[in-house]
Design a binder for this molecule. Structure first.
Ligand code: CP
Length: 347
């Protein structure tokens, strides 16, 4: 595996390898000494053109836990403000010997461009490009779902994860809210489908993208009906991306925040109709009181904080497989990542 750009086309074998490697990485993170020597001498650049808290910090933590050298680049305060192009920035990173570039950009396709334009040799990890893809978010979501709903780690998430090698066959996931603007939804729909889960998107018609009928999922415009009749095992709430909406509080997409919340917000009342084993998820950052109530976000069945913690293990796995894997298998996210069992057992 040379790059990780999208979950669309990621094979089931590669997805399970990423999840299993994440589990091995997670196990190392409960030790007193969390650091592994695996990527000593390698350089990872975090190239962030768009704001981030969780993804940027967890990629930095992941690279440092693997002993890589880390360079953090934020477009704010860089020569981008003087008009420098993505190409010239990439050539600069190439000149500095970057082995992997983690990129977040507001333009859909920026990560693909960086990986394939011939500007640098480094592996590229997409940390979110516009409304397109956020593959490591989907992987950490799938990892969290697998631990809880297949691996029996218990409500507090501290039990032994028994899910190694498993897929998500038969698990029902409702993804609710601003699907239109969401790279998290797009990434999750494809990955969850590949892993055998059933996905229903729930949103007002104005926040459902054109062409959704070609996605491998169902679509509903009614949250209460979906929760009561379909009984999802996991409910993944999406942030209302007001910065991508022009106009008033909800742009032209919904009449008012209060109405959105009433019809599509997740709260303790809606949680009560779900099966007892169900979990509540959100990629963050949350608009508390809009798409999710504080009571639901902080409920014992919410795994939102655990999602953040799992992000470190998943990003360690992605960096490890990209930088330590056998490139001969192929050159993109869809190729089989070949890493010897001995090498992984040594983690
Ligand atoms: N979930 C997520 O991508 O969060 P950040 O924008 O804080 O990185």
């Amino acid at each position: 595996m040379k790059h990780l750009l999208t979950t669309q086309g990621l094979s089931k074998d590669d997805a399970i390898l990423l999840l299993d490697t994440s589990a091995q990485m997670a196990a190392t993170q409960s030790r007193e000494n969390k650091k592994l020597p695996t990527l000593r001498g390698r350089t990872v650049v975090n190239l962030f053109y768009e704001d981030s808290t969780r993804t940027r910090i967890s990629f930095e933590t992941a690279a440092k836990r693997l002993s890589a050298d880390v360079i953090n680049f934020s477009a704010k305060g860089s020569s981008v403000s003087k008009g420098e192009s993505l190409k010239d920035t990439a050539l600069t990173l190439h000149a500095m010997g970057a082995d992997a570039v983690v990129v977040r950009h507001s333009a859909s396709g920026a990560a693909h461009q960086l990986a394939h334009a011939g500007w640098l040799d480094a592996g590229v990890l997409n940390a979110g490009d516009g409304m397109h893809q956020h593959p490591t978010q989907a992987l950490l979501d799938a990892f969290t779902i697998r631990r809880h709903l297949v691996g029996n780690v218990g409500e507090d998430g501290r039990g032994i994860d028994t899910s190694a090698g498993a897929d998500l066959a038969g698990i029902r996931v409702a993804i609710v809210g601003d699907v239109l603007h969401s790279r998290v939804a797009r990434s999750n729909v494809y990955l969850l489908h590949t892993l055998g889960a059933e996905v229903t998107l729930v949103a007002p018609p104005t926040l459902v993208p054109v062409g959704v009928e070609t996605w491998p999922c169902r679509v509903s415009y009614h949250l209460d009906e979906t929760l009561e009749q379909w009984q999802p095992d996991a409910v993944m709430m999406l942030r209302v991306q007001r910065e991508r909406m022009s106009g008033g509080a909800g742009g032209a997409f919904f009449p008012s925040p209060m109405e959105y919340s009433r019809k599509f917000g997740f709260d303790a009342r809606r949680l009560a109709v779900l099966p007892d084993h169900s979990i509540v998820m959100h990629p963050g950052p949350m608009n508390r009181g809009l798409e999710i109530s504080a009571a639901a976000a902080d409920h014992p069945r919410s795994v939102i904080v655990e999602q953040v913690a799992n992000g470190v293990a998943v990003r360690m796995a992605a960096l490890y497989l990209l930088l330590s894997g056998d490139d001969s298998a192929g050159s993109d996210t869809t190729s089989t990542a070949k890493t010897s069992t001995d090498e992984r057992n040594a983690l």
